[in-house]
Write a protein that binds this ligand. Structure first.
Ligand SMILES: C[S@@+](CC[C@H](N)C(=O)[O-])C[C@H]1O[C@@H](n2cnc3c(N)ncnc32)[C@H](O)[C@@H]1O
Length: 237
């Protein structure tokens, strides 16, 4: 499945930007705008879609000085067709759109509790309108195994359904890496494969180190936290 990882794998997004002309970044699920803001420092243009009006208003206000982020409020599946059609007209030559699909109910104030995962419809819309897009789907672990605290299992598409949707407009190269489903058109598969290859086999260690570094927790505290969570899960079963 790939190690638990927080947020977008920045090195991979940068690789797509530099090596595969992904100059536009479209995100479903804005939340606090952290990823959109990061992307605005790299990509020509960023579009981010949020279903909850209050979250949309707050985040838009927080980043009102960032000129190249376009905040949209509404269901991703309603807004995506309009956005992709517009971007198709702006794209130069072989420029691509990088999609970061992250719209799912995440508890608390987040939205989507009645439609927990619009992923399959999002994929279909994207591929129908721009097959050359690069697609990254966050939280692969929940796709493969619904989060028991927040997600309804029957609302989460299984991996074979996701793969079928990704290949429904033509074969693509799709892998799971650092908790992200990554799917690219087959013509760039070899280059992308070469990007992933050096990290195969060392993900676990590498990202545990990264996690320690980011969270400033000691390894003992991390093990304590993991064990506590495991005990709580075992108790529930
Ligand atoms: C995991 S958070 C997004 C985090 C954000 N992408 C980031 O990297 O910082 C998921 C967000 O998706 C929103 N959401 C849920 N369903 C949605 C939908 N159908 N369309 C748009 N946004 C949706 C939720 O309200 C929530 O704010």
């Amino acid at each position: 499945m790939g190690a638990y990882y927080f947020g977008i794998p920045e090195d991979l997004a940068l690789f797509f930007y530099k090596n595969h002309n992904a100059k536009y970044f479209v995100e479903t699920g804005t939340y606090m705008g952290g990823t959109a803001y990061w992307a605005s420092n790299i990509f020509k243009n960023v579009v981010t879609i949020e279903i909850v009006e209050e979250i949309y208003n707050k985040t838009k206000e927080a980043y009102k000085n960032v000129a190249n982020i376009r905040f949209m409020n509404g269901k991703s599946t309603i807004i995506l067709p309009e956005i992709i059609t517009q971007l198709n007209q702006e794209l130069l030559d072989d420029e691509r759109i990088l999609f970061w699909l992250d719209a799912h109910y995440s508890g608390g104030v987040t939205g989507g509790e009645n439609l927990q995962c619009p992923l399959i419809e999002e994929i279909n819309l994207i591929l129908k309108l721009n097959f050359n897009s690069i697609i990254m789907i966050d939280d692969a672990r929940f796709v493969l195994c619904a989060n028991p605290d927040k997600n309804i299992l029957s609302d989460m598409p299984s991996y074979d359904v996701i793969l079928a949707a990704l290949n429904s407009h033509g074969k693509r190269y799709t892998i799971i890496w650092r908790d992200v489903v990554v799917s690219v058109p087959i013509d760039i598969a070899e280059s992308v494969y070469r990007f992933f290859q050096p990290t195969v086999g060392i993900q676990g260690t590498m990202f545990l180190d990264e996690y320690i570094e980011r969270s400033k927790l000691s390894i003992q505290k991390i093990h304590y936290k993991i064990n506590k969570k495991l005990r709580a899960i075992i108790k529930k079963v």
